[in-house]
Design a protein around this ligand. Structure first.
Ligand code: ADP
Length: 302
């Protein structure tokens, strides 16, 4: 039984990882974004109301989203658990969710926060392309040469989500900062939050999530014990030799920095050595890189 919430900024990989967990553990992914996109595509009354807010990077009103989630969680497949992706997204939604879950006797087990740097978020969002036919997600960095999706007989065109356009990405990240980020505190206080580093290979991230989930409640105890031990040690080292500890830390971070520099140089060398693939692909990548850089600058200025 898995009843979890995936929390994280747009582009943190919630959807991708939710799909992987869904396939592995046979627990449905309940994505508010997908439910909304589906309502928009089917032109239902709710969908028509939601469309404008979505395209502007704003949150859709709580009553619309809550209606969709309530309905989805009442489906038979969700009785054995769920992976909530993109919901809750503000404090009111979190409060309503906990009431709803008490009502249906399915309290949350864990909230996994996918931690990803802003620079990476922007690169991922600006470079995301989706197959028109099957919804498969591609990244401009690893796009197939013909820029189409090969699944289901292939040749299907890829498109960019309206809310992945440069000007909307900035808005979505703002909304995350102001409305969704406070949920980190909320779930920490409830003892439900676990943080996962959301960068690295897809497999590595899935493994981190599995470890966090498999540890369940005991991991909270483990981390509490560890924290206690750490703070004892800290007091000791303060009294005994704070200077020595500082020295060691300095040395460690210098080695880290050195390693990172070496990694960077070899990655740069590799990139230089790679032959050009297709001019259209190269151009698209260039444009995306340029615009992501602009966005990174903008958002760090904020
Ligand atoms: P992302 O997490 O990458 O922003 P989603 O697919 O989760 O993408 O959501 C796309 C859009 O759908 C959001 O920008 C927002 O307009 C709307 N949306 C999704 N989930 C919610 C929610 N829980 N509450 C309000 N609006 C939502």
């Amino acid at each position: 039984m898995m009843r979890i919430v995936l929390l994280g900024a747009p582009g943190s990989g919630k959807g991708t990882q939710a799909q992987r967990l869904q396939a592995k553990f046979n627990v449905p992914q309940v994505s508010s974004g997908d439910l909304l996109r589906d309502a928009v595509a089917r032109k239902t009354a709710l969908g028509l109301k939601a469309k404008a807010a979505m395209e502007a990077g704003q949150l859709v009103s709580d009553d619309i989203v809550l209606g969709l989630i309530r309905e989805r969680l009442s489906q038979p497949d969700a009785q054995q658990g769920f992976i909530l992706d993109g919901f809750p997204r503000n404090s009111d939604q979190a409060a309503t969710l906990s009431k709803l879950l008490v009502e249906i006797g399915q309290p949350l087990q864990t909230v996994l926060l996918m931690d990803v740097r802003t620079k990476t978020l922007i690169e991922r969002l600006a470079g995301r392309r989706v197959c028109k036919h099957c919804g498969k997600v591609f990244s401009i960095a690893t796009l197939p040469d013909d820029m189409t999706c090969a699944k289901n007989l292939g040749g299907h065109e890829l498109f960019q989500r309206a809310d992945d356009k440069e000007e909307v990405i900035a808005k979505r990240l703002d909304v995350y900062q102001s409305q969704t980020k406070p949920l980190i505190d909320h779930y920490t206080k409830l003892g439900l939050l676990k943080v996962i580093k959301g960068e690295g290979s897809l497999d590595a991230i899935t493994t981190r999530m599995e470890i966090a989930l498999a540890l369940g409640k005991s991991s909270i105890n483990v981390s509490k014990k560890t924290t206690k031990k750490k703070s004892k040690a800290r007091t000791k080292s303060k009294n005994a030799g704070a200077k020595a500890a500082k020295k060691v830390a300095k040395k460690k971070s210098a080695t880290k920095l050195k390693k990172a520099a070496v990694k960077k140089t070899s990655a740069q060398k590799k990139a230089r050595a790679k032959p050009a693939v297709k001019s259209t692909k190269k151009q698209t990548k260039k444009v995306t890189k340029k615009s992501s850089k602009k966005l990174v600058k903008k958002s760090t200025r904020r």
